[in-house]
Design a protein. Structure first.
Length: 429
Protein backbone atom coordinates (compact mmCIF):
# COMPACT_ATOMS: atom_id res chain seq x y z
CA UNK A 1 0.00 0.00 0.00
CA UNK A 2 1.36 3.37 -0.89
CA UNK A 3 3.37 5.84 1.04
CA UNK A 4 3.43 9.09 -0.85
CA UNK A 5 5.73 12.08 -0.42
CA UNK A 6 4.46 15.50 -1.49
CA UNK A 7 7.30 17.86 -2.29
CA UNK A 8 7.59 21.40 -3.63
CA UNK A 9 9.69 21.70 -6.79
CA UNK A 10 10.40 25.44 -6.64
CA UNK A 11 11.00 27.88 -3.74
CA UNK A 12 8.01 26.85 -1.64
CA UNK A 13 4.47 28.21 -1.86
CA UNK A 14 3.68 25.97 -4.81
CA UNK A 15 0.34 25.09 -3.26
CA UNK A 16 1.35 21.96 -1.35
CA UNK A 17 -1.22 22.72 1.35
CA UNK A 18 -4.11 22.33 -1.07
CA UNK A 19 -2.80 19.08 -2.59
CA UNK A 20 -1.83 17.59 0.75
CA UNK A 21 -5.31 18.40 1.99
CA UNK A 22 -6.76 16.79 -1.14
CA UNK A 23 -4.67 13.61 -0.81
CA UNK A 24 -5.21 13.56 2.96
CA UNK A 25 -8.90 12.90 2.42
CA UNK A 26 -7.92 9.33 1.51
CA UNK A 27 -4.88 9.00 3.77
CA UNK A 28 -4.80 7.43 7.22
CA UNK A 29 -1.80 9.42 8.38
CA UNK A 30 -0.12 12.69 7.39
CA UNK A 31 3.49 13.32 8.42
CA UNK A 32 5.56 16.49 8.40
CA UNK A 33 9.25 15.70 8.23
CA UNK A 34 11.20 18.99 8.23
CA UNK A 35 11.08 22.74 8.75
CA UNK A 36 8.99 24.44 11.38
CA UNK A 37 6.62 27.36 11.63
CA UNK A 38 8.47 29.18 8.83
CA UNK A 39 6.06 27.28 6.57
CA UNK A 40 2.65 28.60 5.64
CA UNK A 41 0.06 26.36 4.00
CA UNK A 42 -3.25 27.76 2.86
CA UNK A 43 -6.19 25.39 2.55
CA UNK A 44 -9.66 26.52 1.52
CA UNK A 45 -12.57 24.36 2.70
CA UNK A 46 -15.95 25.56 1.47
CA UNK A 47 -15.98 29.26 2.27
CA UNK A 48 -13.44 28.92 5.06
CA UNK A 49 -9.73 29.56 4.73
CA UNK A 50 -7.19 27.89 7.01
CA UNK A 51 -3.57 28.95 7.29
CA UNK A 52 -1.38 26.29 8.83
CA UNK A 53 2.26 26.72 9.83
CA UNK A 54 3.21 23.66 11.83
CA UNK A 55 0.38 21.17 11.93
CA UNK A 56 0.06 18.85 8.90
CA UNK A 57 -2.76 19.84 6.56
CA UNK A 58 -4.45 16.48 7.20
CA UNK A 59 -5.76 17.86 10.49
CA UNK A 60 -8.72 19.40 8.68
CA UNK A 61 -10.23 15.91 8.27
CA UNK A 62 -11.13 14.31 11.56
CA UNK A 63 -9.85 10.83 12.32
CA UNK A 64 -6.44 11.23 10.69
CA UNK A 65 -3.22 10.79 12.62
CA UNK A 66 -1.10 13.92 12.04
CA UNK A 67 2.55 13.54 12.88
CA UNK A 68 5.28 16.08 13.51
CA UNK A 69 8.32 13.93 12.79
CA UNK A 70 11.79 14.01 14.31
CA UNK A 71 13.07 16.24 11.49
CA UNK A 72 10.73 19.11 12.37
CA UNK A 73 11.87 21.88 14.73
CA UNK A 74 8.95 22.70 16.98
CA UNK A 75 8.07 25.88 18.82
CA UNK A 76 5.71 24.42 21.43
CA UNK A 77 3.99 27.75 22.13
CA UNK A 78 3.21 28.19 18.44
CA UNK A 79 1.98 24.61 18.20
CA UNK A 80 -0.41 25.04 21.14
CA UNK A 81 -1.73 28.29 19.72
CA UNK A 82 -2.28 26.73 16.30
CA UNK A 83 -4.13 23.85 17.97
CA UNK A 84 -6.27 26.23 20.02
CA UNK A 85 -7.15 28.27 16.91
CA UNK A 86 -8.18 25.14 15.02
CA UNK A 87 -10.23 23.90 17.99
CA UNK A 88 -12.04 27.24 18.22
CA UNK A 89 -13.09 26.70 14.59
CA UNK A 90 -14.44 23.24 15.34
CA UNK A 91 -11.45 21.21 14.11
CA UNK A 92 -10.57 18.03 15.98
CA UNK A 93 -6.86 18.06 16.91
CA UNK A 94 -6.81 14.81 18.88
CA UNK A 95 -4.89 12.99 16.10
CA UNK A 96 -1.73 15.06 16.52
CA UNK A 97 1.43 13.21 17.58
CA UNK A 98 4.91 14.65 18.16
CA UNK A 99 8.20 12.82 17.79
CA UNK A 100 10.13 12.50 21.07
CA UNK A 101 13.25 13.08 18.96
CA UNK A 102 12.06 16.39 17.47
CA UNK A 103 14.11 19.41 18.47
CA UNK A 104 12.62 22.36 20.33
CA UNK A 105 12.66 25.95 19.21
CA UNK A 106 13.57 27.85 22.34
CA UNK A 107 12.87 31.56 23.01
CA UNK A 108 16.43 32.56 22.11
CA UNK A 109 16.21 31.01 18.64
CA UNK A 110 13.89 33.60 17.03
CA UNK A 111 15.74 36.39 18.88
CA UNK A 112 19.10 35.25 17.52
CA UNK A 113 17.64 34.59 14.05
CA UNK A 114 16.49 38.21 13.78
CA UNK A 115 19.56 39.76 15.41
CA UNK A 116 21.86 37.78 13.13
CA UNK A 117 19.99 38.82 10.00
CA UNK A 118 19.72 42.50 11.08
CA UNK A 119 23.42 42.69 11.90
CA UNK A 120 24.41 41.77 8.35
CA UNK A 121 24.81 44.51 5.80
CA UNK A 122 25.45 42.07 2.96
CA UNK A 123 24.38 38.46 2.51
CA UNK A 124 20.97 38.69 4.19
CA UNK A 125 18.97 35.52 3.55
CA UNK A 126 15.54 37.01 4.12
CA UNK A 127 14.72 34.53 6.88
CA UNK A 128 11.20 34.41 8.27
CA UNK A 129 12.81 35.09 11.66
CA UNK A 130 11.05 32.20 13.38
CA UNK A 131 14.26 30.72 14.79
CA UNK A 132 14.35 27.79 12.39
CA UNK A 133 17.99 28.24 11.30
CA UNK A 134 19.38 28.71 14.84
CA UNK A 135 17.44 25.66 16.08
CA UNK A 136 18.96 23.48 13.34
CA UNK A 137 22.40 24.98 14.03
CA UNK A 138 22.09 23.85 17.64
CA UNK A 139 20.91 20.42 16.50
CA UNK A 140 23.91 19.87 14.26
CA UNK A 141 26.36 21.51 16.66
CA UNK A 142 24.94 19.07 19.29
CA UNK A 143 26.03 20.84 22.48
CA UNK A 144 23.12 23.21 22.92
CA UNK A 145 20.14 21.35 21.48
CA UNK A 146 17.07 20.39 23.50
CA UNK A 147 14.66 17.73 22.26
CA UNK A 148 11.12 16.85 23.24
CA UNK A 149 12.39 13.82 25.14
CA UNK A 150 14.39 16.25 27.32
CA UNK A 151 11.41 18.52 27.85
CA UNK A 152 9.40 15.63 29.29
CA UNK A 153 11.99 14.98 31.98
CA UNK A 154 12.04 18.06 34.25
CA UNK A 155 15.52 17.41 35.68
CA UNK A 156 17.09 16.93 32.27
CA UNK A 157 15.33 19.99 30.89
CA UNK A 158 16.46 22.20 33.76
CA UNK A 159 20.02 20.96 33.50
CA UNK A 160 20.11 21.45 29.71
CA UNK A 161 18.50 24.88 29.95
CA UNK A 162 20.93 26.22 32.53
CA UNK A 163 23.90 25.00 30.49
CA UNK A 164 22.58 26.34 27.21
CA UNK A 165 21.12 29.61 28.41
CA UNK A 166 24.44 30.62 29.97
CA UNK A 167 26.01 30.40 26.51
CA UNK A 168 23.12 32.09 24.71
CA UNK A 169 22.88 34.97 27.17
CA UNK A 170 26.61 35.51 26.80
CA UNK A 171 26.15 35.70 23.06
CA UNK A 172 23.24 38.12 23.39
CA UNK A 173 25.21 40.34 25.73
CA UNK A 174 28.74 40.23 24.30
CA UNK A 175 28.00 40.07 20.58
CA UNK A 176 24.71 41.88 20.24
CA UNK A 177 24.66 44.06 23.40
CA UNK A 178 21.21 42.77 24.31
CA UNK A 179 19.73 41.79 27.67
CA UNK A 180 19.76 38.06 28.39
CA UNK A 181 16.66 35.89 28.81
CA UNK A 182 15.31 34.89 32.22
CA UNK A 183 15.82 31.15 32.93
CA UNK A 184 13.03 30.99 35.49
CA UNK A 185 10.50 32.42 33.05
CA UNK A 186 11.53 30.01 30.30
CA UNK A 187 11.42 27.08 32.70
CA UNK A 188 7.89 27.90 33.87
CA UNK A 189 6.66 28.49 30.35
CA UNK A 190 8.17 25.28 28.97
CA UNK A 191 6.99 23.14 31.92
CA UNK A 192 3.48 24.36 31.15
CA UNK A 193 3.98 23.41 27.46
CA UNK A 194 5.26 20.00 28.56
CA UNK A 195 2.17 19.40 30.69
CA UNK A 196 -0.09 20.18 27.75
CA UNK A 197 1.83 18.36 25.03
CA UNK A 198 3.02 15.26 26.97
CA UNK A 199 0.13 13.01 25.85
CA UNK A 200 1.01 13.65 22.21
CA UNK A 201 4.75 12.95 22.42
CA UNK A 202 5.83 9.47 21.37
CA UNK A 203 8.19 7.48 19.16
CA UNK A 204 6.48 8.46 15.91
CA UNK A 205 8.75 6.26 13.74
CA UNK A 206 7.03 3.25 15.35
CA UNK A 207 3.58 4.70 14.56
CA UNK A 208 4.47 5.41 10.93
CA UNK A 209 6.14 2.06 10.26
CA UNK A 210 3.26 0.19 11.94
CA UNK A 211 0.79 2.05 9.74
CA UNK A 212 2.79 1.12 6.63
CA UNK A 213 2.95 -2.54 7.76
CA UNK A 214 -0.82 -2.57 8.17
CA UNK A 215 -1.21 -1.34 4.59
CA UNK A 216 -2.47 2.09 5.62
CA UNK A 217 -1.96 5.14 3.45
CA UNK A 218 0.73 7.49 4.73
CA UNK A 219 1.26 10.92 3.25
CA UNK A 220 4.54 12.74 3.88
CA UNK A 221 4.01 16.47 3.61
CA UNK A 222 7.06 18.51 2.63
CA UNK A 223 7.23 22.17 3.60
CA UNK A 224 9.17 24.85 1.67
CA UNK A 225 10.58 23.52 -1.62
CA UNK A 226 13.51 21.85 -3.33
CA UNK A 227 15.27 25.15 -4.09
CA UNK A 228 15.16 26.00 -0.38
CA UNK A 229 16.72 22.63 0.54
CA UNK A 230 19.94 23.01 2.54
CA UNK A 231 21.80 20.65 0.14
CA UNK A 232 20.03 21.06 -3.17
CA UNK A 233 18.71 24.62 -3.01
CA UNK A 234 20.19 27.94 -4.06
CA UNK A 235 22.64 27.86 -1.15
CA UNK A 236 23.11 29.93 1.00
CA UNK A 237 19.70 31.45 0.20
CA UNK A 238 17.89 28.42 1.52
CA UNK A 239 16.17 27.18 4.64
CA UNK A 240 18.09 24.99 7.08
CA UNK A 241 16.29 21.70 6.53
CA UNK A 242 15.77 19.01 3.84
CA UNK A 243 12.44 19.51 2.07
CA UNK A 244 13.58 17.26 -0.82
CA UNK A 245 11.88 13.86 -0.91
CA UNK A 246 14.88 12.10 0.64
CA UNK A 247 14.31 14.22 3.75
CA UNK A 248 11.05 12.37 4.34
CA UNK A 249 13.00 9.25 5.34
CA UNK A 250 15.48 10.95 7.66
CA UNK A 251 12.90 13.31 9.12
CA UNK A 252 10.41 10.62 10.04
CA UNK A 253 12.36 7.43 10.69
CA UNK A 254 11.19 5.49 7.63
CA UNK A 255 13.47 3.64 5.21
CA UNK A 256 13.62 4.51 1.49
CA UNK A 257 12.22 1.09 0.53
CA UNK A 258 8.94 2.11 2.19
CA UNK A 259 8.25 5.11 -0.07
CA UNK A 260 6.14 4.32 -3.14
CA UNK A 261 5.57 7.61 -4.87
CA UNK A 262 6.90 11.15 -4.97
CA UNK A 263 4.39 13.78 -5.99
CA UNK A 264 6.10 16.95 -7.21
CA UNK A 265 4.13 20.16 -6.83
CA UNK A 266 4.98 22.89 -9.28
CA UNK A 267 3.31 26.23 -9.90
CA UNK A 268 2.44 27.17 -13.51
CA UNK A 269 4.82 30.12 -12.97
CA UNK A 270 7.48 30.85 -10.34
CA UNK A 271 7.62 32.74 -7.04
CA UNK A 272 10.12 33.28 -4.31
CA UNK A 273 10.06 35.06 -0.93
CA UNK A 274 13.23 36.40 0.63
CA UNK A 275 16.58 36.97 -0.98
CA UNK A 276 18.54 34.99 -3.54
CA UNK A 277 18.80 34.41 -7.28
CA UNK A 278 15.71 33.96 -9.45
CA UNK A 279 16.55 33.74 -13.17
CA UNK A 280 13.02 34.15 -14.58
CA UNK A 281 11.96 36.95 -12.20
CA UNK A 282 9.70 39.59 -13.72
CA UNK A 283 10.65 43.27 -13.48
CA UNK A 284 8.70 45.42 -10.99
CA UNK A 285 6.42 46.92 -13.65
CA UNK A 286 5.18 43.47 -14.76
CA UNK A 287 5.12 41.60 -11.48
CA UNK A 288 1.50 42.44 -10.69
CA UNK A 289 0.45 40.26 -13.66
CA UNK A 290 1.04 37.27 -11.42
CA UNK A 291 1.13 38.66 -7.88
CA UNK A 292 -2.23 40.35 -7.71
CA UNK A 293 -5.66 39.27 -8.89
CA UNK A 294 -6.09 35.52 -8.56
CA UNK A 295 -2.39 34.98 -7.84
CA UNK A 296 -2.54 36.45 -4.32
CA UNK A 297 1.20 36.03 -4.05
CA UNK A 298 1.82 37.31 -0.53
CA UNK A 299 3.61 35.22 2.10
CA UNK A 300 1.31 33.26 4.43
CA UNK A 301 3.79 33.46 7.30
CA UNK A 302 5.25 36.94 6.92
CA UNK A 303 2.81 38.73 4.59
CA UNK A 304 5.73 39.78 2.38
CA UNK A 305 4.94 40.26 -1.32
CA UNK A 306 6.37 37.32 -3.23
CA UNK A 307 8.75 37.88 -6.12
CA UNK A 308 7.15 36.46 -9.27
CA UNK A 309 8.40 35.18 -12.60
CA UNK A 310 7.86 32.81 -15.52
CA UNK A 311 7.95 29.03 -15.39
CA UNK A 312 11.52 27.75 -15.38
CA UNK A 313 12.03 24.44 -17.20
CA UNK A 314 15.65 24.14 -16.06
CA UNK A 315 14.47 24.15 -12.46
CA UNK A 316 11.64 21.74 -13.26
CA UNK A 317 14.06 19.17 -14.74
CA UNK A 318 16.47 19.66 -11.82
CA UNK A 319 13.88 19.25 -9.09
CA UNK A 320 12.26 16.24 -10.72
CA UNK A 321 15.69 14.60 -10.79
CA UNK A 322 16.65 15.50 -7.20
CA UNK A 323 13.37 14.17 -5.84
CA UNK A 324 12.73 11.25 -8.19
CA UNK A 325 9.28 12.67 -8.90
CA UNK A 326 6.79 10.08 -10.18
CA UNK A 327 3.73 12.32 -10.50
CA UNK A 328 3.62 15.99 -11.40
CA UNK A 329 0.94 18.35 -10.08
CA UNK A 330 0.68 21.77 -11.72
CA UNK A 331 -0.81 24.47 -9.52
CA UNK A 332 -2.53 27.80 -10.14
CA UNK A 333 -2.99 27.42 -13.88
CA UNK A 334 -6.01 29.77 -13.62
CA UNK A 335 -3.71 32.65 -12.59
CA UNK A 336 -2.57 32.74 -16.23
CA UNK A 337 -6.13 32.90 -17.64
CA UNK A 338 -5.96 36.60 -18.54
CA UNK A 339 -2.48 36.73 -20.06
CA UNK A 340 -2.16 37.30 -23.79
CA UNK A 341 1.22 35.64 -24.01
CA UNK A 342 3.04 33.39 -21.60
CA UNK A 343 6.78 32.85 -21.47
CA UNK A 344 8.39 29.59 -20.53
CA UNK A 345 12.11 29.19 -19.88
CA UNK A 346 13.67 26.19 -21.61
CA UNK A 347 17.36 26.73 -20.85
CA UNK A 348 19.90 29.34 -19.77
CA UNK A 349 22.29 31.22 -21.99
CA UNK A 350 25.70 31.50 -20.34
CA UNK A 351 28.78 33.13 -21.89
CA UNK A 352 27.63 32.34 -25.40
CA UNK A 353 26.75 28.72 -24.64
CA UNK A 354 23.59 27.05 -23.36
CA UNK A 355 23.18 25.51 -19.91
CA UNK A 356 20.49 22.90 -19.41
CA UNK A 357 21.49 21.81 -15.91
CA UNK A 358 20.78 24.03 -12.93
CA UNK A 359 24.20 25.32 -11.77
CA UNK A 360 25.58 25.04 -8.23
CA UNK A 361 27.36 28.39 -8.44
CA UNK A 362 25.25 31.44 -7.71
CA UNK A 363 27.79 33.51 -9.61
CA UNK A 364 27.14 31.43 -12.73
CA UNK A 365 23.39 31.55 -12.10
CA UNK A 366 23.50 35.35 -11.82
CA UNK A 367 25.12 35.51 -15.26
CA UNK A 368 22.60 33.18 -16.88
CA UNK A 369 19.87 34.67 -19.04
CA UNK A 370 16.75 32.60 -19.55
CA UNK A 371 15.98 31.35 -23.05
CA UNK A 372 12.26 31.87 -23.48
CA UNK A 373 9.66 30.28 -25.65
CA UNK A 374 6.59 32.44 -26.13
CA UNK A 375 3.26 30.67 -25.97
CA UNK A 376 -0.11 32.26 -26.76
CA UNK A 377 -2.43 32.70 -23.76
CA UNK A 378 -5.90 31.06 -23.77
CA UNK A 379 -7.74 34.13 -22.48
CA UNK A 380 -10.65 32.32 -20.88
CA UNK A 381 -11.74 30.97 -17.52
CA UNK A 382 -10.27 27.56 -16.61
CA UNK A 383 -11.68 27.27 -13.10
CA UNK A 384 -14.64 25.09 -14.07
CA UNK A 385 -12.57 22.44 -15.91
CA UNK A 386 -12.90 18.97 -14.40
CA UNK A 387 -10.78 17.07 -16.93
CA UNK A 388 -7.79 18.03 -19.05
CA UNK A 389 -9.92 17.92 -22.18
CA UNK A 390 -12.22 20.61 -20.72
CA UNK A 391 -9.29 23.05 -20.85
CA UNK A 392 -8.76 25.30 -23.86
CA UNK A 393 -6.30 23.74 -26.31
CA UNK A 394 -3.72 26.45 -25.62
CA UNK A 395 -3.81 25.65 -21.88
CA UNK A 396 -3.38 21.94 -22.72
CA UNK A 397 -0.41 22.86 -24.92
CA UNK A 398 1.11 24.84 -22.07
CA UNK A 399 0.72 21.88 -19.69
CA UNK A 400 2.20 19.50 -22.27
CA UNK A 401 5.24 21.74 -22.58
CA UNK A 402 5.68 21.76 -18.80
CA UNK A 403 5.42 17.94 -18.69
CA UNK A 404 7.95 17.67 -21.51
CA UNK A 405 10.46 19.96 -19.80
CA UNK A 406 9.94 18.17 -16.46
CA UNK A 407 10.05 14.78 -18.21
CA UNK A 408 7.12 13.66 -16.05
CA UNK A 409 3.41 13.21 -16.81
CA UNK A 410 0.92 15.63 -15.28
CA UNK A 411 -1.23 13.77 -12.75
CA UNK A 412 -3.27 16.72 -11.48
CA UNK A 413 -3.86 20.38 -12.24
CA UNK A 414 -5.18 22.97 -9.83
CA UNK A 415 -7.39 25.65 -11.35
CA UNK A 416 -8.53 27.50 -8.23
CA UNK A 417 -8.23 27.75 -4.46
CA UNK A 418 -11.14 25.48 -3.62
CA UNK A 419 -10.91 21.74 -3.07
CA UNK A 420 -13.20 21.04 -6.02
CA UNK A 421 -11.27 23.26 -8.46
CA UNK A 422 -8.88 20.42 -9.25
CA UNK A 423 -8.41 18.31 -12.40
CA UNK A 424 -7.47 14.71 -11.72
CA UNK A 425 -5.79 13.12 -14.70
CA UNK A 426 -4.20 10.21 -12.89
CA UNK A 427 -5.02 8.84 -9.44
CA UNK A 428 -2.22 9.22 -6.91
CA UNK A 429 -3.29 6.63 -4.32
P1 LIG B 1 14.03 30.60 7.21
O1 LIG B 1 13.75 29.17 6.95
O2 LIG B 1 12.93 31.26 7.98
O3 LIG B 1 15.37 30.84 7.80
O4 LIG B 1 14.07 31.35 5.80
C1 LIG B 1 15.07 31.05 4.83
C2 LIG B 1 14.55 31.36 3.44
O5 LIG B 1 13.52 30.44 3.11
C3 LIG B 1 13.92 32.75 3.27
O6 LIG B 1 14.16 33.19 1.96
C4 LIG B 1 12.44 32.50 3.47
O7 LIG B 1 11.65 33.46 2.83
C5 LIG B 1 12.32 31.14 2.81
N1 LIG B 1 11.22 30.33 3.36
C6 LIG B 1 11.17 29.70 4.54
N2 LIG B 1 10.03 29.03 4.67
C7 LIG B 1 9.34 29.25 3.56
C8 LIG B 1 8.06 28.79 3.09
O8 LIG B 1 7.34 28.02 3.74
N3 LIG B 1 7.68 29.23 1.86
C9 LIG B 1 8.47 30.03 1.10
N4 LIG B 1 9.65 30.47 1.49
C10 LIG B 1 10.09 30.08 2.70
MG1 LIG C 1 3.76 28.78 1.95
Amino acid sequence: MPSVVVVGLQWGDEGKGKITDFLASQADMVVRYQGGNNAGHTVVVGEEEFKLHLIPSGVLYSGKICILGNGVVINPGVLLKEMADLQSRGIDTSGIRISDRAHLIMPYHPVLDQLDECSRTVGKIGTTGRGIGPAYVDKYARYDAIRFVDLLDPDTFEERLSQVLGMKNNLLDKVYGQAGLDPQKIKEEYFQFAAELRPMVTDTSVLINDAIKKGQKVLFEGAQGTLLDIDHGTFPFVSSSSPAAGGACIGSGVGPTKINKVVGIIKAYSTRVGEGPFPTELPDNLVSLLRDGRGREYGVTTGRPRRCGWFDGVIAEYSVRINGVSDLVVMKLDVLDKLETIMICTGYRYHGGIIKEFPASLKVLAECTPIYEELPGWLCDTTKAKELKDLPVRAQDYLNRIAELAQTPVAMVSVGWRRDETIINQQIW
